[in-house]
Write a protein that binds this ligand. Structure first.
Ligand SMILES: CC(C)(COP(=O)(O)OP(=O)(O)OC[C@H]1O[C@@H](n2cnc3c(N)ncnc32)[C@H](O)[C@@H]1OP(=O)(O)O)[C@@H](O)C(=O)NCCC(=O)NCCS
Length: 202
């Protein structure tokens, strides 16, 4: 397992000490609105989550790995970045991201997902990274646009979700498209990945 390090953040596997903060932001109905869990999210739910994450690899086919997004200066858990390896296609992954409300609006998701995408494309040789989001979730659509994802589809009332039919938007980004944006990043207009720190396996 690796720890991804950016200017402000470290992305690393969850630890027991993160679970109180995790349960708090997952219990926020605004944060959970378009996400697959229900509120309130208890400490027992959080402990179960940690147990299920044990041994899951980065972009492992068929599994979601959730990395805690931690402030390097303060140790605060801002949220998590999620990575799922596709089981039916090679070199394909899906990503997601969640921030506590107090950590939103500061470019933290942009910085964290930039590091995840660098790791997926450069270190794991992914060909294509996708995201599937609720049509009403404007914040995540702005985030994906900012990162250079292409909006590829809008699936009208395709998903029975939290008691109603919901419309899904699909987004994708190819390795060569991300590489082309790398040149822009070195010009200082986007947050850069500082490094990847090896971490002892759990
Ligand atoms: C999706 C989500 C992570 C986006 O969070 P976010 O705070 O909008 O995204 P960022 O952290 O990248 O911050 C971007 C915002 O901060 C501003 N910002 C400030 N400093 C910035 C910087 N250095 N770099 C980039 N943006 C910056 C941007 O202008 C932008 O605001 P805008 O969208 O009003 O223009 C957040 O809305 C969330 O957690 N939602 C609940 C969970 C969810 O639904 N997740 C999606 C499921 S996949």
């Amino acid at each position: 397992m690796t720890e991804l390090v950016t200017a402000r953040l470290a992305l690393r596997p969850f630890e027991a000490g993160d679970l109180a903060a995790f349960a708090v932001y997952r219990s926020d109905p605004e944060v959970a609105r378009y996400q697959g869990w229900d509120t309130p999210f208890s400490m027992a739910d959080a402990a179960r989550f940690l147990e299920e994450q044990r041994g899951v690899g980065f972009a492992q086919p068929g599994r979601w790995l959730q990395l805690a997004i931690v402030d390097r200066a303060t140790g605060l858990v801002h949220g998590d970045g999620a990575v799922h390896g596709a089981a039916d296609q090679p070199a394909t992954a899906e990503v997601g991201v969640t921030l506590s409300r107090s950590s939103q609006g500061r470019g933290i998701a942009t910085e964290a997902l930039t590091a995840v995408l660098d790791e997926l494309f450069a270190a794991h040789q992914m060909h294509r990274v996708v995201a599937r989001v609720d049509d009403r979730n404007v914040a995540v659509q702005r985030l994906l646009d900012r990162l250079g994802f292409r909006r590829e589809g809008r699936l009208v009332e395709a998903d029975w979700f939290k008691g109603e039919w919901t419309t899904l938007c699909t987004y994708a980004l190819l390795d060569r498209e991300w590489a082309a944006r790398g040149a822009q990043r070195t010009s200082g207009t986007r947050p850069a990945l500082v490094g990847v720190k090896p971490q002892a396996s759990k």
